[in-house]
Design a protein around this ligand. Structure first.
Ligand SMILES: Cc1ncc(COP(=O)(O)O)c(C=O)c1O
Length: 391
């Protein structure tokens, strides 16, 4: 059977066997209680949720009561950005939010939705490595914003922001600060800033839990307004009967992925460096993106001029290699990635960028299989592309 190589872990990861084992009893007839029920079935489910809250909170330096479970990263981002902006507005602050230009669509679209309600959005520019301009943040805070949202790690190029300094800057302006840490957990040290008014998004399926579960971690009460209304669960910030199996899975996954700290981060960085240096030395004119700044270790984004990424992805797929051209949500679109645009990457480089992303399941064999097959694929696509240009 042909070997397949999965290097698209920034898009999603498989559920880890230990996570599945922890979840299974809550999916069957054994432990099916509603966590709001007061009888033993309910108490068992409640205890499982509280255990998962601890598993999520502790490695990140938060308290269990800070964790609000959601249906994933997208919902947590929406709750933070829209709910945070509305809470700020209602406490007399400007109905204006500042977001970095390279946020995930979940934050950008949530911010844009505020415009229809009379709010304003300020976009913070980034440099060629994807680092957010702290001067622009200063200007926005001086102008007056109710909420700032800046992602911890960018999902397309891996750029890491200095979240501790940014949180401090926002706290001194008494402004709520949200960071999307979906791509940061388990990849870089992630101590949640100890400042007032911080909200942090995480998502299960990027760390070995299932899709459809995530959390917003809220350091303080009153900094977001609920977007859903219902039975009052989770301090009425996210009502609805909790997804007990998903929550149990998320708890186990966060505990596992944060267990080996620096050692695990270094393993990812070694794999990334092996792939990147191998590509740079075997593919003429290839060029890594955002490589001059602080990068997370699990993403390698590399442009291969002359080989358009959509054709490359098809050929790589045929060869059993799964990677991506950027964010999974944007794949297949003919638009240039907004992240590349914001970083000032030229169109040729943006259209030929490939993202290889790693997880704790990735092996050296995976990397070597790409290095073995990529040169011939690039050669083929480059000659196809140049033939097309001639015709
Ligand atoms: C940075 C970032 N934020 C948010 C999301 C959305 O998370 P979810 O798929 O759990 O809704 C993703 C997933 O692609 C992401 O990479």
């Amino acid at each position: 059977m042909k070997r397949t190589t999965y290097l698209d872990n920034a898009a999603t990861t498989p559920v880890q066997p230990e996570v599945l084992d922890a979840m299974l009893p809550f999916l069957g007839p054994e432990k099916f209680g509603n966590p709001s029920s007061t009888h033993q079935f309910g108490r068992e489910a409640r205890a499982a949720i509280e255990g998962a809250r601890r598993q999520v909170a502790e490695p990140l330096g938060a308290e269990p009561k800070h964790v609000i479970f959601t249906s994933g990263g997208t919902e947590a981002d929406n709750l933070a950005v829209i709910g945070g902006a509305l809470a700020a507005r209602d406490s007399g602050k400007p109905f204006r939010v500042a977001v970095s230009a390279i946020e995930h669509e979940a934050v950008l679209s949530a911010a844009r939705s505020l415009e229809a309600m009379g709010g304003e959005v300020v976009y913070l520019p980034v440099d060629e490595n994807g680092a957010v301009s702290l001067d622009a943040l200063d200007d926005a805070l001086e102008l007056g914003v109710g909420l700032v949202s800046i992602m911890w790690v960018n999902n397309e190029v891996g750029a890491v922001q200095d979240i501790q300094s940014i949180a401090a800057q926002c706290a001194s302006a008494n402004t709520t600060f949200h960071t999307d840490a979906v791509q940061a957990i388990g990849k870089i040290p992630c101590a949640i800033p100890n400042t007032h008014g911080v909200a942090v998004t995480i998502s299960g399926h990027k760390v070995g839990a299932p899709k459809g579960i995530g959390a917003l971690i809220l350091r303080d009460d009153g900094i977001v307004q609920a977007l859903l209304h219902g039975g009052g669960q989770q301090r009425a910030l996210r009502p609805g009967t909790e997804n007990v199996p998903g929550i149990v899975g998320l708890g186990m996954a966060v505990e596992m992925v944060t267990q080996n700290g620096d050692k695990a981060h270094k393993t990812l960085a070694d794999l990334r460096d092996r792939l990147e240096s191998g590509i740079l030395s075997s593919i003429p004119d290839s060029h890594p993106n955002a490589a001059g700044g602080h990068r997370a270790p699990h993403i390698c984004n590399i442009s291969i001029p002359g080989a358009d990424n959509e054709t490359m992805l098809m050929h790589l797929d045929l060869a059993g290699i799964a990677c991506s051209s950027g964010s999974a949500c944007k794949s297949g679109s003919t638009e240039i990635s907004h992240v590349m645009k914001a970083m000032g990457v030229n169109e040729q480089f943006a259209r030929t960028a490939l993202r290889f992303s790693f997880s704790h399941n990735t092996t050296q064999e995976d990397v070597d299989s790409v290095l073995e097959q990529l040169p011939a694929i690039v050669k083929k696509v480059r000659s196809l592309n140049s033939a097309l240009r001639r015709n």
